[in-house]
Design a protein around this ligand. Structure first.
Ligand code: SF4
Ligand code: SF4
Ligand code: SF4
Length: 431
């Protein structure tokens, strides 16, 4: 294939990536990343795949690629994390990987001679270290990120312990899961190669559960571990003041991140670029009891996103929390020796989607890409036309705002659920 044809297919991959639940704006760094991780046949298949999870048979029908060849290529792409490969509804289902959580994480979870981790780390460092990536996803106040903050239970103000729900308890999530895997933390692995890793936190901390663990184990991207090891991994985070972030859903939580302020790209969205929703908060917020505070400043050092600063007040230097940015993780509280810092309930509960289906629908609605999930086979002109038409309507700011409102959102989501059941894909609701 000549140079210009190859260039075209990588641009097309970039365009498709940008149409998923997380926007991935094209630039020179993304182009180089795509050329490094996809061969031209894989790139072509990525572009022809339907947007949502599908069997090999359906992908073959839509892409007009023969099943045997497709199976082999999809398996190779799964082992590189270029497609998501989940065993659900009794068979393997594939969909294009978004940039996050997807291509970035899986690429930087890879090890071995067939991947140039150093070059990819440099490229991702430029790509995700640029504000454009975050502004493309969060500049309009979008509320649904793939990650939500888990509160440390020991940091919660005594009187409010009973309010914490199971989906907010890291240990309860691990206890409930049946299969466990731990892989490399992609952000720390990236910073390790670029020379920007300031912490001495180990690399193998990223946890996945159940069908996500199964997929990463099958594809050689993470190692199977026992429940005991998964719990020890949580304890390691607790001891090292890491923020625990989970899959932003209430049911079937498939992954948990163990993040440090120096390496984590998602946290940089807040601390460097000022987009508070690049990680969704917990239902808690840090609060200082001035009667106990000795103004030592330990919490300022402990907060991984610099949401606390010492300010001069009445001749004293006192800690002040930036409430627009506080994630409600409780890391600061665990370091306060005087019991002066606690997590308290936020006045209004935070929007955390019920399940993965709901999260993806809401992410796509906010990003203006929902039409691609609704008309996911774009091989037919009529469906492309419908997608364009519906997309134009759904992207109207007033429509988006109305559908995301508390009043309309649940009605809209139940309409989407009925639609998906009518398409015979009711199993997606179980994810
Ligand atoms: S989000 Fe956190 S745990 Fe996940 S890869 Fe980045 S730093 Fe590591
Ligand atoms: S660590 Fe505790 S005592 Fe020290 S400044 Fe922070 S809240 Fe006050
Ligand atoms: S102030 Fe910082 S460490 Fe404390 S809960 Fe908020 S984000 Fe977490």
């Amino acid at each position: 294939m000549g140079h210009s044809a190859v260039k075209d297919v990588y641009h097309q991959v970039g365009e498709k990536l940008n149409e998923l639940e997380v926007r991935a704006p094209m630039n020179l760094y993304l182009y180089e990343i795509l050329k490094e991780i996809f061969n031209s046949r894989e790139a072509e298949i990525f572009c022809k795949m339907p947007f949502s999870l599908s069997t090999v048979e359906r992908i073959s029908q839509i892409s007009k690629i023969e099943i045997e060849e497709l199976k082999n290529i999809l398996n190779d792409m799964s082992s590189k994390g270029l497609v998501l490969d989940l065993f659900v509804n009794g068979e393997n289902q594939y969909s294009p990987s978004p940039m996050v959580i997807g291509i970035f994480e899986f690429t930087m979870m890879r090890t071995g001679k067939d991947v140039n981790s150093k070059r990819l780390a440099e490229l991702f460092h430029h790509y995700l270290g640029d504000e454009t990536f975050f502004s493309s996803n969060y500049k309009n106040g979008e509320r649904i990120s793939p990650l939500r903050t888990m509160p440390y239970e020991d940091a919660i103000y005594n009187g409010q312990h009973t309010e914490i729900l199971d989906y907010e308890k890291a240990y309860a999530i691990v206890e409930k899961s049946k299969k466990f895997a731990i892989g490399l933390c992609s952000c720390r692995h990236e910073k390790h190669h670029t020379g920007d890793k300031e912490c001495d936190i180990k690399l193998d901390t990223c946890s996945t559960f159940d069908i996500a663990a199964d997929s990463l184990i099958r594809n050689g991207l993470a190692k199977e571990v026992t429940k005991k090891e998964a719990i020890a991994n949580l304890e390691h985070s607790y001891d090292n003041g890491l923020i625990i972030m989970a899959d932003n859903v209430k049911k079937n939580i498939f992954f948990m991140c163990h993040c440090c302020g120096c390496c984590c790209n998602a946290l940089a969205g807040l601390s460097q670029f000022g987009y508070p929703n690049s990680v969704v908060t917990s239902n808690y917020i840090a609060s200082i009891n001035e009667d106990y505070c000795v103004e030592c400043g330990t919490c300022v050092e402990a907060c991984p996103i610099n949401a606390i600063e010492m300010v001069e007040y009445d001749g004293d230097s006192k800690p002040k929390i930036d409430e627009d940015f506080c994630l409600g993780c409780g890391v600061c509280s665990l370091q306060c020796a005087n019991d002066a810092m606690r997590l308290v309930s936020r006045e209004k509960r935070v929007l955390h989607p019920e399940n993965t289906f709901e999260r993806i629908i809401l992410q796509c609605l906010e990003k203006g890409t929902l039409q691609n999930q609704l008309f996911d086979d774009q091989s037919k002109m009529s469906l492309r036309f419908m997608s364009g038409l519906v997309g134009g309507f759904l992207r109207l700011p007033t429509v988006k705002k109305a559908l995301m409102s508390d009043l309309m959102r649940s009605r809209f989501l139940s309409m989407m659920q009925s639609g998906i059941k009518m398409q015979g894909k009711g199993w997606l609701l179980e994810l």
